[in-house]
Design a protein around this ligand. Structure first.
Ligand SMILES: Cc1cc2nc3c(=O)[nH]c(=O)nc-3n(C[C@H](O)[C@H](O)[C@H](O)COP(=O)(O)OP(=O)(O)OC[C@H]3O[C@@H](n4cnc5c(N)ncnc54)[C@H](O)[C@@H]3O)c2cc1C
Ligand code: SF4
Length: 330
């Protein structure tokens, strides 16, 4: 057991100051990922800055019609919030598809976004892993990689991002709000996570010491039909083999706006821009959906043992698109 300091922050400033005062610190949300990684020796923080008492635990309507969820809102509370269920159903469905009831009661919005990959080599300190230890190699490349990426991977890392919630946020055009030593900023959720490239040790665009303070769901996607579907090895308590969040706005018999994001396929939620572009202005027919999804998945580069993910993701996307479009049109 490595000793570490514990600091409970009462304000955002106290949290960022405490983080700066303890090089090697980590923020502590629900602890459902961080504490597990500490037990495995993957994370060895010098200090835990507990942010669960920060006044960021509410969901509030903003004057422009958007909805802000504080970073400390628990996953269960966000999924059950009437405005989320009513206006952003894909988000509620994605949250409920993740983990278990007990874990969702503890897990926070901020911590969910920053949970680390479930790649078994990352979680085993006796194995090579460029994400955990840059330059050590990637055990999964030639090893067990049935659950790994088919899109956007590199020869440095083939891991997938695990969060279901993040996939829905990406499709819904949400933004992630951050506060750090240089003040506040916000980043589109679809650009918050990174592809591995040469630096798989960096999961996201967050700067050192920055705290996630909340996520904002925009007015533009409020009330637009949306849904999330996930395929996994067990009916609960399992991460996505593939998943999809779709936001589909039809007007005058054509697709006015589509937001599509895949989970379980890449190092970040994979926003399907090619498919979205192909659908804009098209009649919402089965043929149009198939064309768009095939265009997107043509970029897939499966590994030795995970080619099954491509047809799986295709079927999930076609199912959700078909369900969101009125039956007469497909
Ligand atoms: C058995 C099991 C099954 C699971 N299945 C799923 C699943 O199917 N789908 C899914 O999406 N998830 C799943 N999860 C993961 C779970 O959703 C995450 O562990 C949880 O969301 C993390 O939230 P937390 O608040 O506990 O984060 P913590 O563990 O507290 O923190 C995670 C990371 O975020 C950082 N952090 C926390 N809050 C902030 C903040 N506000 N600002 C900056 N940094 C912060 C921490 O320093 C840490 O690095 C599963 C977990 C377990 C244990
Ligand atoms: S896939 Fe990424 S996380 Fe997994 S062993 Fe390779 S470098 Fe590490």
């Amino acid at each position: 057991m490595k000793p570490f300091a514990y600091v409970r922050a009462g304000s955002v400033e106290e949290a960022t100051d405490a983080f700066a005062a303890h090089p090697g610190a980590r923020y502590l949300g629900g602890g459902t990922n961080l504490v597990d990684l500490m037990k495995l020796g993957v994370e060895t923080p010098t200090a835990l800055v507990d942010v669960t008492r920060l006044p960021l635990d509410t969901v509030e309507e903003l004057p422009d019609g958007s909805l802000r969820a504080g970073a400390m809102v628990r996953n269960s509370d966000l999924a059950a919030h009437p405005a989320v269920r009513d206006r952003y159903p894909a988000l509620s469905q994605a949250l409920l598809a993740g983990a278990s009831g007990q874990l969702r009661n503890a897990a926070t919005t901020g911590g969910n976004l920053l949970q680390r990959t479930r790649c078994p080599y990352f979680q085993d300190v006796s194995k090579p892993c460029n994400k955990r230890e840059p330059g050590s190699g990637c055990g999964a490349l030639e090893g067990v990689h049935r659950d790994h990426a088919v899109l956007g991977h590199s020869d440095q890392c083939i891991a997938t991002h695990p969060s279901d919630m993040a996939v829905a946020l990406a499709a819904l055009d949400a933004r992630v709000e951050l506060h750090g030593p240089e003040g506040g900023r916000s980043v589109p959720a679809a650009d918050f996570h990174r592809l591995p490239g040469l630096h798989p040790e960096r999961d996201t665009e967050i700067h050192p010491g920055e705290l996630i303070t909340g996520v904002v769901l925009p007015a533009a996607t409020a009330g637009v039909p949306s849904a999330y579907r996930k395929a996994r090895d067990r009916a609960s308590y399992a991460f996505a083999l593939a998943s999809v969040a779709v936001v589909l706005h039809l007007a005058d018999g054509v697709v006015e706006r589509a937001g599509i994001a895949f989970g379980g396929l890449a190092h970040r939620p994979w926003r399907a821009r090619r498919a979205e572009d192909a659908l804009r202005g098209a009649a919402p027919t089965t043929a149009a959906f198939e064309h768009a999804v095939d265009l997107e998945l043509a970029a897939a580069e499966p590994l030795r043992d995970n080619a099954y993910k491509v047809p799986l993701a295709r079927r999930l996307a076609l199912d959700v698109l078909g369900r969101l479009a009125p039956p007469a049109t497909t």
